[in-house]
Design a protein around this ligand. Structure first.
Ligand code: ATP
Ligand code: MG
Length: 328
């Protein structure tokens, strides 16, 4: 259902001036006249025949593994259009799934979507359909999060020894490839590369690692020049109907990556999240005050937190791509 934000959620009127897209609605869930084959925490996935999918990124947001009740205006469009921008940079470097992230082009390709333009604008991506490899390909260029915790306790990452004396949030050179299984529920589990080779075959495992490394190397460099450190990121790959291994899903977005502001980066401590920090700070405060136990349902978000978060996502788009996000 594509609906205007409810009063407890983001206020469309207040955001319109900032977002330069007064006709955009925010979206919690979609309802398109196509077979829906999946619904993740953030995306709804529709089949278009047996060789294409439509990925529709809603404005849902999760923090601490809990999906919030409110929507974040423009978040879906930011995620889709950052991915689209990266896919365009990757043309010629790695094969990928994007066919189009332009609503009018998508409607031309899929006439059943006529009359649903407002639900598609900015947030929809028409993609080659694949059989997804059940492995999350994580690349870590900086030591943070669960990787830092394991290193601080054991000196290892996914069981493999790292050099001594590394700092929290410090740069890892070279970046570390650390695969994880795609868990249906709960947390993804880190696995060794040996285990990945058993699951996928050695040849596919090597292809995925080298594709993930080349995409991250390019992305980290471009983003850093624009003031964003992509500390780590997660890629997914699949095999298309022609048997090709291709990059799928979202690419180097704030949701699939840790984005840090380069100008306040200070190794030796945790870094603020470029996009989710206002939300995390609010939830932390609610938890400390005893008003939230950390599980669903989450506490309602004040409009100021929703607004600050929306602005962060738009700023992430602007920094990465060098232009304001405009959704016609
Ligand atoms: N080209 C593609 N072909 C088939 N499936 C795809 C393709 N691109 C992405 N997908 C799948 O679409 C889904 C995207 O949904 P979403 O990102 O919301 O959920 P998730 O990845 O399961 O969970 P989360 O991202 O919250 O950890 C993923 O399961 C992904 O594997
Ligand atoms: Mg996902």
């Amino acid at each position: 259902m594509n609906r205007p934000a409810s009063p407890s959620s983001a206020r469309i009127g207040a955001d319109a001036a900032v977002l330069k897209a007064p006709l955009m609605t925010t979206m919690l869930t979609s309802d398109l006249p196509l077979p829906r084959i999946g619904r993740g925490k953030v995306r709804d996935i529709y089949a278009i025949g047996d060789d294409r999918v439509l990925l529709l990124t809603t404005d849902r947001i999760s923090a601490f593994d809990v999906v919030m009740a409110e929507t974040i205006p423009m978040k879906g469009a930011v995620l889709t259009q950052i991915s689209a921008w990266w896919f365009a940079q990757l043309d010629g470097l790695v094969p990928h799934h994007m066919i189009s992230a332009d609503a009018d082009a998508i409607i031309r390709e899929v006439p059943a979507l006529q009359g649903h333009r407002a639900s598609l604008a900015g947030r929809a991506m028409l993609c080659r359909r694949t059989t997804v490899f059940p492995i999350e390909c994580v690349i870590r260029g900086y030591l943070s999060g669960s990787a830092w915790k394991e290193y601080a306790a054991e000196g290892t990452l996914a069981g493999e020894k790292l050099a001594p004396g590394l700092k929290e949030s410090g740069k890892l050179e070279p970046a570390i490839f650390s695969p994880a299984t795609k868990a249906e529920t709960g947390h993804d589990e880190n696995i060794t590369i040996a285990r990945m080779r058993e699951v996928l075959s050695g040849e596919v495992a090597s292809t995925l690692e080298s594709m993930a490394r080349s995409v991250y190397t390019l992305g980290e460099k471009i983003a850093r020049e624009q003031g964003i450190i992509i500390a780590d990121t997660k890629f997914e790959f699949g095999r298309d109907n022609d048997g090709r291994v291709i990059l799928i899903d979202e690419v180097m977005t704030p949701d699939s990556s840790r984005f840090w502001a380069a100008d306040v980066y200070t190794p030796g401590r945790p870094q603020p999240s470029f996009d989710k920090q206002p939300l995390r700070d609010y939830l932390d405060a609610e938890r400390r005050a005893g008003r939230w136990n950390g599980d669903a349902p989450p506490p309602p978000l004040p409009a100021s937190v929703v607004d600050a978060t929306s602005k962060r996502y738009l700023e992430a788009y602007r920094r990465v791509t060098g232009a304001d996000l405009k959704i016609a």
